[in-house]
Ligand binder design. Structure first.
Ligand code: AMP
Ligand code: MG
Length: 425
């Protein structure tokens, strides 16, 4: 057995970022930007009003030098967003202005509509309080100045960034492309689709789980179907998929059974790079990993048990795929949690990953319980879990102790005392 870190470093060492390429900004969400973007335009591009109201000269509103009193200003026009006023606001004048409309020359402040009064015809506006210079005025470049870095190389692109790029008139930018990941199930026992199950057959769960995991990372899943435990068929499937994928994930056929063909075929097709590892973890001990000779892409041979396949994806495919996608942070958040259940175990030289459910209490404290059903074929417990509790080799943790927990489903966090109690009973 080899330590998890060593296996992860071996895999990560073989998975370099894909070459960056330009994509339209609307296709860039969730990608990592390859080169920094520097602003060539100021945002806002011109001085404008941040309120519906009257643009005026602040000096006019304080005739008594701070002692107050009302002023009557002549309204010389209306400025809508998108339509500048081709006139200067002189002393004693004002212009009706809408949010986002350019400030007219001469004016230096806006009085919001709610604080104005009008004479009967609306030709005169009455201001009852002094309005400070700059009131409700957005200066040009207040958000972004020319020369500001608006997107740092290596950043994950968010919806907000896409708006910032649009603000700059950027139509395309260089990103690490979305990873295309092929998913292939292996095993003579597998069938898919509806209909009664012939004796001895099982349905193919892994392909669908792994395709979903790929999709959830924002990568493009490529369904490569099922192949039996047949070296030739598997070889053909890998050869055919290479051109369409940046990485391939298989499940099954990597343990020590008679028909564990994935490791054999990988050894033939990834000369010198294939490594069949017994990783010191439970579940997901066996892993075959190699770089194909033809199209030079990594192949992850995950174990067949459904929970093992998912944990192996989490520990190997996800960080490797993130690196190939240009990410620098490859690890998930790990939090210390109070053990609300029994996390004791026996020493066996392995790190255990227990399917668990974590909850956050009102004071920001984490609580964790192991799911019932910790065998590597018990997929339902994995589906109901939202975290993996990490138990290093040893005797584990008793109720009341502290457990390190990987938040694998941050969108499914429980709130302690309600949801967690209900789900876990
Ligand atoms: P293997 O790694 O091929 O020895 O398979 C280990 C266990 O996982 C066996 O019980 C297989 O039947 C099961 N298994 C393999 N592939 C799948 C799959 N795609 N979906 C569900 N179970 C599977
Ligand atoms: Mg098998």
């Amino acid at each position: 057995m080899i330590p998890l870190r060593e296996a992860q470093e071996f895999v990560l060492g073989a998975c370099a970022p894909l070459p960056a390429r330009p994509v339209p900004i609307d296709d860039a969400l969730g990608c990592v930007v390859a080169t920094s973007v520097v602003a060539t335009e100021a945002v806002p591009p011109f001085v404008n009003s941040s309120m519906d109201g009257y643009a005026l000269r602040s000096d006019d509103t304080d005739p008594a030098g701070g002692t107050g009193g009302s002023v009557h200003l002549e309204v010389v026009g209306t400025i809508m967003a998108g339509s500048p006023l081709d006139a200067t606001i002189g002393p004693g004048q004002a212009a009706r202005i809408m949010t986002g409309a350019p400030m007219p020359a001469g004016a230096d402040a806006v009085c919001m509509l709610e604080e104005c009064r009008y004479d009967a015809e609306g030709a005169i506006v009455v201001i009852d309080r002094p309005v400070a210079a700059g009131n409700f005025v957005r200066r040009a470049g207040q958000d972004v100045d020319v020369g500001d870095t608006v997107l740092e190389a290596g950043s994950l692109i968010t919806p907000g960034h896409i708006g910032v790029l649009a603000d700059q008139g950027v139509v395309e930018l260089a990103v690490y492309p979305r990873l295309r990941v092929g998913v292939l199930s292996t095993g003579d026992e597998l069938t898919s689709g509806p209909g009664p199950l012939p004796m001895g057959k099982i349905r193919d769960a892994n392909r669908h789980t792994l395709l979903a995991l790929v999709r959830r990372e924002g990568w493009d899943p490529v369904d490569l179907g099922i192949v039996g435990d047949d070296e030739e068929a598997l070889g053909r499937a890998l050869d055919g998929a290479g051109a369409r994928c940046d990485a391939i994930v298989t499940s099954g056929g990597v343990s020590v059974g008679d028909l564990d063909v994935v490791k054999l075929v990988l050894a033939q097709r990834s000369t010198g790079t294939m490594r069949w590892m017994q990783v010191a973890i439970r579940p997901a001990k066996p892993l075959a990993f190699g770089i194909l000779d033809g199209p030079v892409i990594p192949v992850f041979g995950l174990p067949g048990n459904p929970v093992s396949a998912m944990v192996s994806f989490e520990l190997f495919v996800r960080p490797a795929g993130l690196r190939m996608s240009g990410h620098q942070v490859l690890d998930r958040s790990v939090v210390p949690a109070l053990a609300e259940g029994d996390f004791r175990r026996r020493p066996d030289g392995k790190t255990h990953f227990l399917r668990s459910f974590v909850s956050l209490d009102d004071h920001g404290g984490w609580h964790v319980r192991p799911m019932a059903g910790q065998e590597s074929h018990q997929l339902l417990a994995m589906a109901e879990a939202n975290a993996l509790a990490v138990l290093p080799d040893g005797d584990g943790v008793e109720i009341g102790g502290q457990v390190q927990v990987v938040l694998t489903e941050p969108g499914r966090l429980g709130s302690w005392s309600s949801a967690s109690e209900r789900i876990l009973g």
